[in-house]
Design a protein around this ligand. Structure first.
Ligand SMILES: [Zn+2]
Length: 447
């Protein structure tokens, strides 16, 4: 399928200057208003690169197994580095192995616009999660080079180390260290199932660099990614303008009754912990349903004791996962949850204990970066909608330290972290065209 003719009319109306704001400082950059009117990415070239990278760790079922800091990761990094150098980029690595590849700007001391994602995969991962964002960034740079387009600001392609977190926990390790969510020492000391530390694995593949190689403050960070959910496919939109990410609150709930003989204990004298648990499962679902469209509530794991067919369950422990895009609504959800569990405990005579296990606030991306993405979709005539990410991404951490936004494209049936993960060549090209437009907008392009 060919998509290199996918037209892109880049908006030339933005000549008023663009204000970007970092958390601590506001700055204004002048945009030139001289964007090339017909610049468009080469969809065939981007698709070929996606397929070429996917061969490294390619699985018989058409997926990819290229876990972080393995020899296959090394091979993937080498291919990416080769491609970046072929475009004249300066490639460096920081101490956690994040790759930065720089294209100089006309004002090369200006803060860069940073674009990218990650190239590590799950053990039974697909070709698109992460790789699409990195190779779309590479395709943007190739397009600028082919068309002789200069940008006022430098552009940095980034590939974050160990986003998936499957070999070494936690996920989003490289961006987490970069954003100060965890220390370098902590990250490097994490071990895999064989007891190998992330630090030793990083050294073994030859990609432990130096933090002096990091770009300084980002003017903006943009990450293109497959949606990893079913919303865009359901609504028929090509582009998701990602306005932020859901916050989450996790709990363990322990419900305690009395284990007793299932034959000799009459029904009216039982304290069945599993019966209480069914009410909790229903309450989590019901509460989340009242806060649509962004509310999520899930009981995903459940253990019962003694878990025997002729014993009344004496204790049940279950996991609860609540998410929402607004902090105050998330608080309200949790308040209702606690109140409902109090009522269940009173009515059933069971003891219910709630233990918080994780708490991440919602991320709200930068207004100007979101606007640049939306304008990119509009200028290209792509059907688009605002969307909130339900999954974690490197951009969620980077959003704490730099103006950030994301671009989502649909993935088939919303499936990801799966060898059958798929995005169409047309949608891949569309996402890269939006990234091109938004990057030009934020970096101040001159034809
Ligand atoms: Zn990803």
């Amino acid at each position: 399928m060919l998509m290199s003719k996918m037209a892109s009319t880049v908006d030339t109306s933005n000549s008023s200057g663009l204000e970007l704001h970092n958390k601590d400082k506001r700055m204004t950059i002048a945009t030139t208003g001289m964007f090339p009117t017909r610049a468009a990415i080469d969809g065939d070239r981007l698709w070929r690169s996606l397929m070429d990278l996917a061969e490294i760790g390619g699985t018989p079922k058409g997926g990819c197994n290229r876990q972080a800091l393995t020899d296959l990761d090394r091979q993937g990094r080498e291919l990416l580095t080769r491609w970046c150098k072929a475009e004249g980029l300066t490639v460096r690595f920081d101490a956690i192995g994040n790759l930065f590849a720089r294209r100089a700007g006309r004002n090369d001391t200006a803060d860069p616009v940073v674009i990218g994602s990650h190239i590590d995969t799950q053990p039974t991962g697909g070709k698109y999660d992460g790789c699409f964002g990195v190779l779309a960034a590479l395709e943007v740079i190739r397009t600028l080079n082919v068309n002789g387009i200069e940008t006022e600001r430098p552009i940095e392609l980034v590939s974050w180390t160990n986003e998936e977190g499957c070999r070494f926990a936690p996920c989003m390790m490289g961006s987490g260290v970069f954003a100060g969510q965890l220390t370098l020492e902590d990250a490097l000391s994490r071990t895999d199932v064989d007891g190998i530390s992330a630090g030793d694995a990083l050294k073994a593949i030859g990609y432990m660099g130096d933090d002096a190689n990091r770009p300084g403050r980002f003017a903006a960070y943009l990450e293109a990614h497959i949606e990893q959910g079913p919303i865009l496919e359901d609504t028929g939109d090509t582009i998701g303008v990602v306005t932020g990410a859901l916050g989450l609150k996790w709990f363990d709930v322990t419900i305690t009754g009395m284990a007793a003989h299932s034959g000799s204990t009459p029904m009216h004298l039982r304290r069945n912990a599993l019966l209480g648990a069914t009410q909790v499962v229903d309450a989590v679902n019901r509460i989340a349903l009242t806060y649509q469209p962004d509310g999520r509530g899930t009981v995903g794991a459940l253990q019962l004791l003694p878990n025997s067919r002729n014993v009344i369950p004496g204790q049940v422990t279950l996991s609860v996962d609540f998410r929402h895009s607004e902090s105050d609504v998330l608080e309200t959800i949790v308040g209702e949850f606690r109140k409902t569990l109090d009522t269940i405990a009173t009515e059933t005579g069971l003891a219910i204990e709630i233990t918080p296990t994780a708490d991440y606030p919602p991320q709200h991306f930068d207004t100007d970066c979101i606007a640049a993405v939306r304008q990119g979709a509009q200028a290209n005539g792509y059907a688009h909608r605002d969307i909130v990410s339900g999954a974690g991404h490197d951009a969620v951490f980077i959003g704490d330290i730099a103006p950030t936004a994301m671009i989502f494209i649909p993935c088939e049936k919303g499936i990801s972290h799966n060898e059958s993960e798929y995005a169409t060549p047309e949608d891949v090209a569309a996402g890269a065209n939006v990234l091109l437009h938004a990057t030009l907008n934020l970096s101040g392009a001159k034809a």
